[in-house]
Design a protein around this ligand. Structure first.
Ligand code: XMP
Length: 515
């Protein structure tokens, strides 16, 4: 969508930057995160309705701390500074920022805050409430022309504003749930200060994107690598809506997916959508490359390389012209304001097209969306609920859940055990409460007794975690009866398994996957 109403989040290296952008989007305003190193001319060209300065770990007095040209305050564009962003605004405009290292003015956590409810950010809200603070330095004097709009017992300027210049600052974090009514403060900034109208809606996103794809592609073909994950699936559904059979999805089934998953992906896309669907079954090739390999990184490398080899060979052979599409989403390509040089994070979705294949261009229809938005688009396009909300699944698939050397027999045992786990978790309604759960085949044999006979067979481990971001995770406290049922069924129904254990390791020190 060109010329869409946009708010810019200027990233000074804070930890909640994506959260701020998502909050803005939740209020139907399109939002982009730009690093503090961005040229002001780029900001002028975007002509945003508002700008939000994020927090950051620095002190405005550090030699290396991120600053921005004060010209930004002269553009007449509303600005909201949050935490470090608020201090930077105060410092740049002649206020006083003090270091709180030796004083009692640093604040961390929930803090009782008193608001001036005549201020536009706080109108209609209670005069006192809890805000979430995380700062060492503090503003002791707001710049001339600003009034103080919130205080705490140790922070003389917890919020400040200069309505004439549309400049606002808050020392606390309104984007964090712990700040009572923080979302309404952000909403007020967007609607009452910036004058946003809230036109960023997923229905209009779909209509506009479909029209853009049609116009760009004309009568040419588009090829997309479909993994069955959320992002590539939603991209496929969206492009199919735009151009139907001009789209070809290539699905490489390396035989390391969950039980029946390859068939499920094929059926979903061939039955529900108008497109060409090409499935390449290549379990044998993958297994022969993996024969005798047990080192985890070596396995990952082989699976990744083999995948791209098979995929690009197919493209070269049959589809090496027209357009190439991929399911890149916004977090895959955000430039970070952390550190001196802003870098774009590399991500497995950002596949480099080999030089000898000459596509006219790359189409990334989801490149502006956050994961939650991608899911909404997926549901609106008619993708099944379970696909849209599916758990993350590692690129190397069950290859990192069969510990040690991978064989067809081990993959089969793991698929059967994993299917039972999923079935039981679905039945008891626990599945949606877990962030991720799966079975692992550690390749350990133990002694057991079945009937009257001694057994010496495989051990299966169950892993289930709860997490917001997968950077840290808690092991899930699944009730014993459910674990008991899963264990019974796996031992009775899966050949060659005589023992089941439950992994009670959090991350850190463990990782979610075992390899
Ligand atoms: P770890 O094991 O690093 O997993 O704690 C965190 C999350 O990342 C997923 N994961 C991967 N995803 N390619 C992926 O696309 C990979 O190689 C990979 N390894 C781990 C894992 O399933 C979990 O959700």
């Amino acid at each position: 969508m060109d010329n869409k109403e946009t708010v810019i989040v200027l990233d000074f290296g804070g930890q909640y930057n994506q959260l701020i952008a998502r909050r803005v989007r939740e209020y139907n305003v399109y939002c982009e995160i730009l690093p503090y190193t961005v040229d002001i001319e780029k900001i002028k060209a975007i002509s945003p309705k508002g700008i939000i300065f994020t927090g950051g770990p620095n002190s405005v007095y550090d030699e290396t701390s991120p600053h921005y040209t004060p010209e930004i305050f002269e553009l007449g564009i509303p600005i909201l500074g949050i935490c470090y962003g608020c201090q930077l605004m105060a410092y740049s405009l002649g206020g006083v920022v003090n270091s709180a290292v030796d004083s009692s003015s640093s604040e961390y956590g929930k803090t009782i805050t008193t608001y001036n409810t005549n201020d536009v950010l706080f109108t209609g809200l209670p005069e006192t409430g809890v805000s979430w603070m995380s700062h060492r330095d503090y503003i002791s004097k707001a710049p001339d022309g600003f009034s103080i709009s919130a205080t705490t017992s140790s922070c003389p300027v917890a919020a400040m504003s200069c309505p004439e210049r549309k400049l606002y600052g808050v020392q606390f974090h309104p984007e964090v749930n712990h700040t009572e009514n923080g979302n309404l403060m952000l909403k007020s900034f967007l609607y009452n200060v910036c004058g946003c109208e809230g036109e960023w809606k997923m229905d209009s996103f779909i209509d506009t994107t479909v029209a853009q794809i049609r116009e760009k592609v004309g009568d040419k073909g588009v090829v997309l690598g479909l993994s069955g994950g959320v992002d590539s699936s939603v991209a496929a559904a969206l492009i199919s809506k735009a151009i139907g059979k001009q789209l070809t999805c290539v699905f490489v089934d390396q035989g390391l997916m969950r039980k029946d998953e390859g068939d499920y992906v094929e059926q979903t896309f061939t039955k529900l959508f108008d497109m060409n669907f090409v499935r390449i079954n290549c379990q044998d090739e993958f297994l022969s490359k993996l024969k005798g390999v047990s080192e985890p990184e070596a396995k990952r490398k082989i699976i990744g390389e083999e995948f791209y080899k098979v995929f690009w060979n197919k493209i070269r052979e049959s589809y090496g012209s027209g357009y190439f599409a991929q399911g890149t989403i916004y977090p895959d390509r955000i430039e970070s304001g952390k550190g001196d040089a802003a870098k774009i994070k590399t991500h497995h979705n950002q596949v480099g097209v080999p030089k000898d294949i000459n596509f006219e261009d790359i189409i990334e229809p989801l490149k502006d969306l956050f994961k939650d938005e991608v899911r909404v688009v997926g549901e609106k396009l008619g993708l099944p609920h379970e696909l849209v909300w599916r758990q993350p699944f590692p690129g190397p698939g069950l290859g990192v859940r069969v510990i040690g050397e991978i064989t067809a027999e081990k993959v089969k045992i793991l698929q059967e055990a994993d299917a039972i786990l999923r079935d039981e978790m679905d039945k008891c309604g626990y599945a949606e409460q877990m962030s991720q759960f799966f079975a692992v085949l550690p390749g350990v044999k133990t002694v057991g007794v079945m009937g009257d006979a001694r057994t010496y067979d495989e051990l299966v481990a169950i892993r289930a975690v709860v997490t917001d971001d997968f950077m840290t995770a808690d092991w899930a406290k699944i009730p014993y009866e459910i674990l008991g049922k899963v264990s019974n069924r796996i031992i009775n129904e899966v050949d060659h398994v005589n023992r089941v254990v439950y992994d009670i390791t959090s991350k850190p020190p463990g990782t979610v996957e075992w390899e």
